[in-house]
Design a protein around this ligand. Structure first.
Ligand code: NIG
Ligand code: FE
Length: 422
């Protein structure tokens, strides 16, 4: 592997490099297995990793190759850039006015039924200009990058009509062209029933299927389609219709399921061949078995149970230990149930509430998350051939990262071979 070509960037002085290996989701016990290299270096060319290994080995392999830039990590810890596989990135406004209501015991779905919640953000998003949506989402992306996130999935679902869903999705597309963070776009027209269709959810489902899906697909504005399968939102049957039609249009299915009540969303996810099923706070054994049998990735969002004060946590340990599932973690960044951009906070919550180990947490935030958005062959590990997405954390040990919570440990972020934060 003599690097006779030019190396654009060489990261030296990595005290410890930790990474999962391979391109596939890592389930159960495999999640705890990381490759760990002390005194490491990473050579990067053309935005890709040429070699990630012991520093002495890398320097030997480089020989007299021309080296562009050299960055010294100063003995710190390097891992793959974090992948946030579930966010509602683009929206207007915020909902701190609902905090007191939530604390006084009004349930999340009751706030929605009163026209608040998702519908409150829908109103703000419908009246916002593209520029305003862009500016607000861009600030969130800046924060995510500073926190070590290099790839983000972004769902629509605050327009809830053709024009405003397209507006949200085109803002996502604009951001993906102009921000270092890479975005994977998900169409979620079925996030709630808008007021115009109050009491006529089936008519809204028809609008999503007959009008929105074809337009979104034709414009190439999304790779995935998601639906909120929950009591009072969309039933299993309505979700089936949307996800089946989405597939016909070339969009890969995802589902919000078992967040508050189970409506058979996990069985549906397996049935339609969904890439992922997300939330899973109240999932039972039959649902988890369906995911395992169907090869569906569970995406857990501990920021949501924390912020909604639910005292109820996803069964991550059983998902890994009994069902060998490739558990994934994400922020669910949104103005209602999880207003945080920080994957580092999610890591801390995962250790405490989901009882995951630091190694499992790394796997959940990198290679498994990459697979949850269909990008496992490109990102999620630090291996030759993968895109050079790297985060350097200023921590003495890996275990320190989820342990010391509430601060930002990021020292540097490399996206596609370029220093985005240093
Ligand atoms: O993933 N559950 C549905 N959607 C979001 C919340 C969106 C909102 O409250 O604005 C979620 O929790
Ligand atoms: Fe969500």
């Amino acid at each position: 592997r003599s690097a006779d070509r030019k190396v654009d960037l060489l990261i030296t002085g990595i005290g410890r490099l930790v990474t999962p290996v391979g391109s596939h989701p890592r389930g159960g016990k495999e999640m705890a297995v990381l490759k760990e290299i002390p005194q490491a270096a990473i050579a990067i060319a053309g935005g890709r990793i040429v070699l990630a290994d012991a520093e002495a080995t890398v320097l030997r392999a480089l020989g007299d190759a021309v080296i562009g830039e050299v960055l010294d990590a100063g003995g710190r810890l390097a891992m793959p850039g974090l992948v946030d596989a579930h966010t509602h990135l683009v929206h207007a406004g915020s909902r701190e006015h609902e905090s007191a209501l939530k604390r006084s015991g009004v349930p999340y779905l009751e706030i929605l039924a009163r026209g608040g919640g998702i519908l409150s953000t829908m109103k703000a998003t419908r009246t916002a200009s593209e520029q305003a949506l862009y500016d607000q989402a861009r600030r969130s992306l800046d924060e995510m990058l500073l926190q070590g996130t290099t790839t983000v999935e972004a769902k629509s679902g605050y327009g809830l009509c053709l024009e405003d869903e397209l507006k949200q999705l085109s803002v996502t597309r604009e951001l993906s062209k102009t921000h270092p963070i890479e975005l994977v776009s998900t169409f979620m027209g079925a996030h709630a029933v808008p007021p115009e269709y109050q009491g006529r959810p089936d008519a809204y489902v028809e609008l999503v299927v007959d009008v929105m899906l074809p337009k979104v697909a034709e414009a190439g504005l999304a790779s995935f389609c998601d639906v909120f399968c929950e009591r009072g939102v969309f039933t299993q049957e309505q979700s089936r219709r949307i996800l089946t039609e989405a597939k016909r249009h070339g969009l890969r299915p995802k589902i919000h399921a078992d967040e508050l009540e189970s409506l058979g969303g996990l069985q549906l996810a397996a049935e339609v061949g969904a890439t992922s099923a997300e939330h899973l706070l109240v999932s039972d054994d039959a649902g988890l078995q369906a995911l395992a049998d169907g090869g569906v990735i569970p995406v857990l969002l501990p920021g949501t149970s924390f912020n909604l004060g639910l005292n109820k946590h996803a069964r991550a340990r059983e998902m890994m230990d009994q069902f060998h599932l490739p558990v994934t973690l994400a922020t669910d960044y949104n103005p209602g149930s999880s207003p945080t951009e920080s994957m580092q906070l999610i890591m801390a919550l995962a250790q405490i509430h989901l009882r995951m180990t630091p190694e499992e947490i790394v796997t959940a935030c990198t290679i498994n998350a990459a697979n949850a958005i269909g990008r496992g062959s490109e990102i999620g590990t630090l291996e030759a051939g993968k895109q050079a997405d790297v985060v350097i954390f200023d921590v003495p040990t890996l275990a320190y990262l989820p342990y010391h919570f509430g601060i930002n440990h990021t020292f540097g972020v490399i996206k596609k071979g370029r220093a985005a934060v240093w």
